[in-house]
Design a protein around this ligand. Structure first.
Ligand SMILES: Nc1ncnc2c1ncn2[C@@H]1O[C@H](COP(=O)(O)OP(=O)(O)OP(=O)(O)O)[C@@H](O)[C@H]1O
Ligand SMILES: Cc1cn([C@H]2C[C@H](O)[C@@H](COP(=O)(O)O)O2)c(=O)[nH]c1=O
Length: 231
C-alpha cells in the first residue's frame, strides 16, 4: 500500500475523573474499530512507552510539587507522542489513549492549582510535531497534535468515589478527597468549554449499557463506525 492509499489515522482520547468508568468502554471501542477492519493502537497516559511507564510510576506514587507533576506528565507525553502516537497515526491506525493532555489540565491545573497559562505553554511546546509543521500559519488550532475526538466521561465526584471504594488499593490521586475530584471535574468542564468541537460529553452516571450507547452514538455520528460493529 502506498502512503496515499493508507487510511487516515484517528486520534481518540478518553477522559474523566478516577472511577468514571472509562476502562471497559475503551476496550469495547477498540474492538469495534478492529471489527470494522481498522488497526488499533491502544495506549494510555501517563505511559505507553517504557520510559513513560517509569514516569507514570513516579507520578502516581511519589510526592512532588505541582510544577514537577506537570513536567513529569508532559515529559512522559513527549516520549509517548514521538515513539508511539505519531508513528501509529502516520501508519493510518486508530490511536485510542486512556487519557492525554486534558488530564494534566484537570489534575495538575484544576486539581493541584497549577497555573493554567503555563500548562498552555507546555502543551504548545510538547505537542508540536514535524507532521504538523507549517499548518499553524493558516489554522492556528492545527499547529500542535490534538486528539480528533475526546470522549469525556462526566460523573459527580461522590458517585465515582463510591464506585472506587470496592475497586482497588488507591494510588496518590485516587487517595485524594472528594473536593479534589470536584475540582478536577471542573477542569475537564473548562477544557470542554474551550474546545466544544473536540469534546463529546458522556453522562457517565447511568448504567454501563446506557453509557455505551452514548459512546456508540458519538462514534457513529463521526462516521467512523457503522451500527453493525457497535452492537
Ligand atoms: N456505569 C457503571 N455503573 C456502576 N459501576 C460502574 C459503571 N462503570 C464502571 N463501574 C465500576 O466503577 C469502577 C471504576 O470503573 P473503571 O475502572 O472503568 O473507571 P475508570 O474511569 O477506568 O477509572 P480510572 O481512570 O481510575 O482507571 C469499577 O469497579 C467498575 O466496575
Ligand atoms: C495523564 C495524567 C494522568 N494523571 C492522573 C490521573 C489518574 O489519577 C492517574 C492515571 O491513572 P489511570 O488509572 O490510568 O486513570 O494519573 C495526572 O495527574 N496527570 C496527567 O497528565
Amino acid at each position: 500500500m502506498t502512503a496515499s492509499q493508507l487510511p487516515q489515522g484517528i486520534f481518540l482520547t478518553f477522559e474523566g475523573i478516577d472511577g468514571a468508568g472509562k476502562s471497559s468502554h475503551i476496550e469495547r471501542t477498540a474492538q469495534a474499530f478492529r471489527d470494522s477492519g481498522r488497526c488499533v493502537t491502544l495506549t494510555r497516559e501517563p505511559g505507553g512507552t517504557p520510559l513513560a511507564e517509569k514516569l507514570r510510576a513516579l507520578l502516581l506514587h511519589d510526592a512532588m510539587d505541582p510544577l514537577t507533576e506537570a513536567l513529569v506528565a508532559f515529559a512522559a507525553r513527549r516520549d509517548h507522542l514521538v515513539q508511539v502516537i505519531e508513528p501509529a497515526l502516520a501508519r493510518g491506525d486508530v490511536v485510542i489513549s486512556d487519557r492525554f493532555t486534558d488530564a494534566t489540565f484537570a489534575y495538575q491545573g484544576a486539581g493541584r492549582g497549577f497555573d493554567w497559562d503555563k500548562l498552555c505553554q507546555l502543551e504548545q511546546l510538547v505537542q508540536a510535531v514535524p507532521a504538523l509543521e507549517g499548518l499553524g500559519a493558516q489554522h492556528p488550532e492545527a499547529a500542535i497534535r490534538q486528539p480528533d475526538l475526546t470522549i469525556w466521561f462526566d460523573l459527580p465526584a461522590a458517585v465515582a468515589a463510591e464506585r472506587l471504594t470496592t475497586a482497588r488499593v488507591p494510588d496518590k490521586f485516587e487517595a485524594q478527597p472528594g473536593a479534589f475530584f470536584a475540582a478536577v471535574a471542573g477542569g475537564y468542564a473548562r477544557r470542554a468549554e474551550a474546545a466544544p468541537q473536540r469534546f463529546a460529553r458522556i453522562d457517565a452516571n447511568t448504567s454501563r449499557e446506557a453509557v455505551w450507547q452514548q459512546v456508540a452514538d458519538v462514534l457513529q455520528a463521526k462516521g467512523w463506525l457503522q451500527p453493525g460493529v457497535l452492537a
